[in-house]
Design a protein. Structure first.
Length: 245
């Protein structure tokens, strides 16, 4: 079995989606899979989208290896650091979801796995009519939720999970990412427990605060394994459901 695609969303902006996307791609490539990352819309950029070089650094590969696919890896790059719908309007353009889907399909034909990183949270608008969640739903992408492990994480995480479940979108689980080493350890330990108690969603792991890519990958490996196992489990379950009794 191969992981065809996964969508990495967050409970907010700046919670660690880029890190998780890049590290998951690195893990899959280390297992022999041809994995690529995709950022449907990058805002706050004037050149090559800033998140993609971070993906490549985390994957430990050179940009040249993916240059032929850059246009599909990032269909929209916008200058204003704002929600995609607003950044696009600032440049007098409208984000066309058909262009995004076409780029995703092309990457899917070329690579084993496409790991898509969202922008902000799951209910961020792509344009005046479509949210990210609409496109995730239409493409039937399983989702990994990245939550900032801090005070306030419980509400943000449960709201995100509820929004995904209202659309019957497959949630592989939640990754709690520590953004500040000064956070209260009592809070950090309890957040995953209480979210699991209420949402009954797999907690894929907790990542410590770190700026060392090598240590990050070491800490992320067991998380990646759980993502893979959850993906395989949900695929088997969906296969049984399709076959029926």
């Amino acid at each position: 079995m191969r992981m065809r695609a996964v969508f990495i969303t967050g409970t907010d902006t700046g919670v660690g989606k880029t890190m998780v996307a890049g590290l998951l791609a690195r893990y899959l490539r280390a297992q022999g899979h041809q994995a690529v990352t995709q950022k449907w819309v990058q805002t706050g950029t004037c050149d090559f989208p800033s998140d993609l070089p971070t993906h490549l650094d985390l994957m430990d590969v050179k940009r040249e290896a993916f240059q032929a696919y850059e246009a599909d890896m990032n269909p929209y790059a916008l200058e204003l650091a704002a929600s995609p719908h607003l950044a696009a309007a600032h440049e007098n353009i409208r984000i066309d979801t058909r262009k995004i889907v076409a780029s995703f399909r092309r990457l899917s034909r070329r690579f084993d796995t496409v790991i898509v990183e969202g922008a902000g949270g799951i209910l961020v608008p792509l344009n005046r009519k479509k949210l990210f969640v609409d496109l995730v739903e239409s493409l039937a992408l399983p989702v990994v939720v990245v939550a900032a492990n801090k005070l306030g994480a419980i509400n943000h995480t449960l709201l995100t999970l509820e929004a995904l479940r209202r659309r019957s979108i497959t949630v592989l689980g939640v990754v709690f990412n520590t953004l500040d080493r000064q956070q209260d350890e009592i809070v950090l330990r309890d957040n995953p427990k209480i979210v699991h108690a209420f949402a009954r969603t797999p907690i894929l792991g907790q990542l410590p605060w770190s700026t060392d890519f090598k240590r990050l990958y070491h800490d992320f490996e067991p998380v990646a394994k759980r993502i893979w196992l959850e993906y395989a489990r949900t695929q088997r379950s969906e296969s049984v459901d399709r076959k029926g009794p």
